[in-house]
Design a protein around this ligand. Structure first.
Ligand SMILES: [Zn+2]
Length: 223
């Protein structure tokens, strides 16, 4: 049977950005979790200074830990803007320890803040994927959606108002035309004017729709 239990309170597992380090046991606030270690690079040595990777931990102007070695489990710890651990740096001892700054529950991912230099160089260009930043983005997306819906509703209301205005104008125009026709019909009283208006007036009067007719017999016949 494989030995599953370990004295270590963490394991490497899948995180949202690939791999990460997760607590397997409760870790008390202030407790040392794991050491960040690797060969010490001396910036005064050309060969050391030429080394470039994502796991360089700068202790001071001169010394840097190259944490890219496989044995350095701490290299799996992802960055977070609101972390539950921190990197405790002793430049004098050239030693870095990852320490809990909150009580960490089993299953929780262990994170620490990589610092502004790393953030600017590696995380800002691709967008930080930490829980706090994801939450912020989610909120921003929801706000953008709500704003879009608000604008759409406003545009629809405006369009409806415009349509109502156009319809009201058309109705008014029609009413005006009809009133004009009535007036014309009364005034003209079968003595001409526009044929349609004459028709309206004539229909109302119950006479032939031929106001231009000069034959009274025909009018009386149809009446
Ligand atoms: Zn973040």
């Amino acid at each position: 049977m494989p030995v599953l239990s370990s004295k270590k309170p963490y394991r490497v597992g899948r995180s949202r950005t690939g791999l990460g380090l997760f607590a397997t046991k409760p870790i008390k606030k202030g407790a040392k979790i794991v050491r960040y270690f690797g060969p010490l690079l001396d910036s005064r040595k050309k060969k050391d200074d030429a080394i470039e990777n994502k796991y360089l931990f700068e202790l001071n102007n001169r010394w840097t830990i190259d944490g890219s070695v496989r044995k350095n489990i701490a290299r799996y710890i992802n960055h977070a803007c609101k972390p539950n651990a921190e990197s405790d740096v002793s430049a004098r001892k050239r030693k870095v320890v990852i320490r809990a700054i909150k009580n960490i529950e089993p299953g929780e991912e262990i994170n620490y803040d990589y610092g502004t230099d790393y953030f600017k160089a590696y995380l800002k260009p691709i967008g930080c994927k930490c829980a706090a930043c994801e939450k912020k983005r989610k909120k921003q997306r929801a706000e953008a959606r709500a704003e879009k819906a608000r604008l759409k509703a406003r545009a629809e209301k405006k369009a409806l108002k415009k349509a109502e205005k156009v319809a009201a104008k058309a109705v008014k125009k029609l009413e005006h035309k009809l009133n004009g026709a009535k007036a014309n019909g009364k005034l003209l009283n079968g003595h001409g004017g526009k044929a349609a208006m004459g028709k309206v007036a004539a229909a109302k009067a119950g006479v032939s729709a031929r106001p231009r007719s000069k034959q009274p017999r025909e009018i009386s016949a149809s009446a």
